[in-house]
Design a protein around this ligand. Structure first.
Ligand SMILES: [Zn+2]
Length: 94
Protein backbone atom coordinates (compact mmCIF):
# COMPACT_ATOMS: atom_id res chain seq x y z
CA UNK A 1 0.00 0.00 0.00
CA UNK A 2 1.36 3.40 -0.89
CA UNK A 3 0.25 6.87 0.03
CA UNK A 4 -1.12 7.12 -3.52
CA UNK A 5 -3.50 4.24 -2.73
CA UNK A 6 -5.00 6.26 0.11
CA UNK A 7 -5.61 9.54 -1.73
CA UNK A 8 -9.08 8.51 -2.87
CA UNK A 9 -10.02 7.27 0.60
CA UNK A 10 -10.98 10.74 1.83
CA UNK A 11 -14.18 10.08 3.74
CA UNK A 12 -15.67 12.22 6.47
CA UNK A 13 -16.29 10.72 9.87
CA UNK A 14 -20.08 10.42 10.23
CA UNK A 15 -19.81 11.52 13.86
CA UNK A 16 -17.48 14.57 13.85
CA UNK A 17 -16.97 15.33 10.16
CA UNK A 18 -13.18 15.00 10.18
CA UNK A 19 -12.09 13.87 6.73
CA UNK A 20 -9.99 10.75 7.19
CA UNK A 21 -7.30 10.49 4.51
CA UNK A 22 -5.44 7.52 5.85
CA UNK A 23 -5.95 4.16 7.48
CA UNK A 24 -3.66 1.87 9.44
CA UNK A 25 -4.53 -1.74 10.12
CA UNK A 26 -4.29 -3.23 13.58
CA UNK A 27 -2.74 -6.45 12.35
CA UNK A 28 -2.02 -5.98 8.65
CA UNK A 29 -1.01 -3.36 6.12
CA UNK A 30 -3.46 -3.24 3.25
CA UNK A 31 -6.04 -0.98 1.71
CA UNK A 32 -9.31 -1.02 3.71
CA UNK A 33 -12.13 -3.09 2.28
CA UNK A 34 -15.90 -2.95 2.55
CA UNK A 35 -16.94 -4.10 6.00
CA UNK A 36 -13.64 -3.21 7.69
CA UNK A 37 -13.98 -1.16 10.85
CA UNK A 38 -12.13 2.06 11.54
CA UNK A 39 -11.70 4.27 14.59
CA UNK A 40 -11.81 8.02 13.96
CA UNK A 41 -8.57 9.63 15.12
CA UNK A 42 -10.46 12.74 16.18
CA UNK A 43 -13.58 11.61 18.05
CA UNK A 44 -12.93 7.85 18.50
CA UNK A 45 -16.17 6.89 16.73
CA UNK A 46 -16.13 3.29 15.54
CA UNK A 47 -16.99 3.36 11.84
CA UNK A 48 -17.37 0.82 9.05
CA UNK A 49 -16.29 1.15 5.43
CA UNK A 50 -19.23 0.92 3.03
CA UNK A 51 -19.16 -0.45 -0.53
CA UNK A 52 -17.79 2.87 -1.83
CA UNK A 53 -15.26 3.01 1.05
CA UNK A 54 -17.26 5.81 2.65
CA UNK A 55 -17.44 5.64 6.41
CA UNK A 56 -20.67 5.02 8.32
CA UNK A 57 -21.10 4.52 12.05
CA UNK A 58 -20.59 0.88 12.95
CA UNK A 59 -23.67 -0.87 14.29
CA UNK A 60 -23.87 -3.26 17.20
CA UNK A 61 -24.20 -6.04 14.61
CA UNK A 62 -20.91 -4.93 13.00
CA UNK A 63 -19.18 -5.27 16.37
CA UNK A 64 -20.87 -8.58 17.21
CA UNK A 65 -19.60 -10.03 13.92
CA UNK A 66 -16.01 -9.61 15.15
CA UNK A 67 -14.10 -12.01 17.33
CA UNK A 68 -13.45 -11.01 20.94
CA UNK A 69 -9.76 -10.30 20.32
CA UNK A 70 -10.53 -7.81 17.54
CA UNK A 71 -13.23 -6.16 19.67
CA UNK A 72 -10.73 -5.75 22.52
CA UNK A 73 -8.22 -4.23 20.10
CA UNK A 74 -10.81 -1.75 18.84
CA UNK A 75 -11.79 -0.85 22.42
CA UNK A 76 -8.09 -0.28 23.19
CA UNK A 77 -7.75 2.11 20.23
CA UNK A 78 -10.96 3.97 21.19
CA UNK A 79 -9.67 4.47 24.74
CA UNK A 80 -6.25 5.56 23.46
CA UNK A 81 -7.75 8.16 21.11
CA UNK A 82 -9.88 9.53 23.95
CA UNK A 83 -6.87 9.64 26.29
CA UNK A 84 -4.75 11.42 23.69
CA UNK A 85 -7.48 14.03 23.21
CA UNK A 86 -7.49 14.70 26.95
CA UNK A 87 -3.84 14.25 27.95
CA UNK A 88 -1.83 14.65 24.74
CA UNK A 89 0.24 12.18 22.64
CA UNK A 90 2.31 10.89 25.59
CA UNK A 91 -0.88 9.19 26.88
CA UNK A 92 -0.53 6.57 24.09
CA UNK A 93 2.29 4.80 25.98
CA UNK A 94 0.45 4.52 29.29
ZN1 LIG B 1 -14.83 11.47 14.18
Amino acid sequence: MTDHDLRDLASPCPECGLVNHAAAGLTCRRRPQTGDLSVCGSCAAVCVYGPDLRLALASAADRLALDSTTNRQIDFVVKAVKRIKIRGPSAWRR
